[in-house]
Write a protein that binds this ligand. Structure first.
Ligand SMILES: N[C@@H](CCC[C@H](N)C(=O)O)C(=O)O
Length: 276
């Protein structure tokens, strides 16, 4: 069977996006892993599958699969690429879209300047909601990793995040500690491990070792999680510019019980097809 796809990227976090809206597409985890391989497949951090919604009152459903084939709840850069995809494919002409994800409905909007703003919903901090093994919500938790104690903040943006403050992201031990944090026993569903450098109250630099994909050039939900944890700790003030290895996002959050807003670009790289 021939699978047609659109290769996209949001500040260097790359995707293949598949139209399962016009006709259903089923992919198993082994096929997704094969497609994700950067040498033997197409190569991507995540695969996005656009489908008809399963609940009333929304326009689309979109599903997110990591490069390891696992289906996950949320993806910030993917949400922006999803919006550009449904416009470019003329699946809608609405600029404000309601889209069902595995963790609720999110509300992306295609701006007049071509950027996409997404209401990513409220961050969650209760350990059980992350999920993270701890007795109560704390701003910072000690985490024992490889004979050292890290100080992490945990946040759910629909998907789980751990954020560690570092003095310089360029020298942060992302490749060494990232996988150990991802698989730490206190994160029963694994975790995305962010390393945040505060430049000033309105600017951070960020690297993220993503659950199921390894370090990516950018992680949208990771940017939301880092900014939210920095604001909660009194280190940052909204809005915050987030510089990643692949580009920049703007994240805004007005505090408890308010949604997180993410603004950034989304671009098509090429259209392709592959025998699966
Ligand atoms: N790159 C994404 C996040 C994708 C999912 C993540 N790896 C997870 O397993 O939760 C983003 O831009 O948010």
């Amino acid at each position: 069977m021939k699978l047609t796809f659109t290769k996209m990227q949001g500040i260097g976090n790359d995707f293949i996006v598949i139209d399962g809206y016009s006709s259903p597409v089923n992919l198993d985890a082994a096929t997704i892993c094969r497609l994700a391989d950067r040498h033997f497949g197409v190569g991507f951090d995540q695969l996005l599958l656009v489908e008809k919604p399963t609940v009333e009152g929304v326009d689309f459903r979109y599903r997110i699969f990591n490069a390891d084939g696992g289906e996950v709840e949320q993806c910030g850069n993917g949400a922006r690429c999803f919006v550009r995809f449904v416009h470019d494919k003329a699946l809608t002409n609405q600029r404000e879209i309601r889209v069902e994800t595995a963790r609720g409905v999110i509300f992306p909007k295609l701006e007049d300047n071509g950027l996409v703003t997404v209401n990513m919903g409220e961050p969650r901090f209760q350990p059980a909601e992350v999920p993270f093994v701890a007795d109560q919500d704390e701003l910072v938790y000690p985490l024992q990793v490889a004979n050292q104690t890290l100080e992490i903040s945990t946040v759910s943006m629909g998907n789980p995040h751990a954020v560690t403050l570092v003095s310089d992201v360029d020298t942060a031990p992302v490749e060494n500690l990232g996988p150990l944090i991802e698989h730490h026993v206190r994160f029963p569903q694994r975790v995305n491990a962010g390393f945040m450098q505060v430049v000033d109250a309105h600017h951070i630099r960020l690297r993220v070792y993503e659950r199921g994909s390894g370090e990516t050039l950018a992680c949208g939900t990771g940017a939301c999680a880092a900014v939210v944890s920095g604001i909660r700790r009194g280190l940052l003030q909204s809005p915050v510019k987030v510089t990643t290895r692949g580009g920049e996002l703007t994240i805004a959050w007005d505090g408890a019980q308010q949604p997180v807003w993410m603004t950034g670009p989304a671009e098509t790289v090429f259209e392709g097809s592959i025998e699966i």
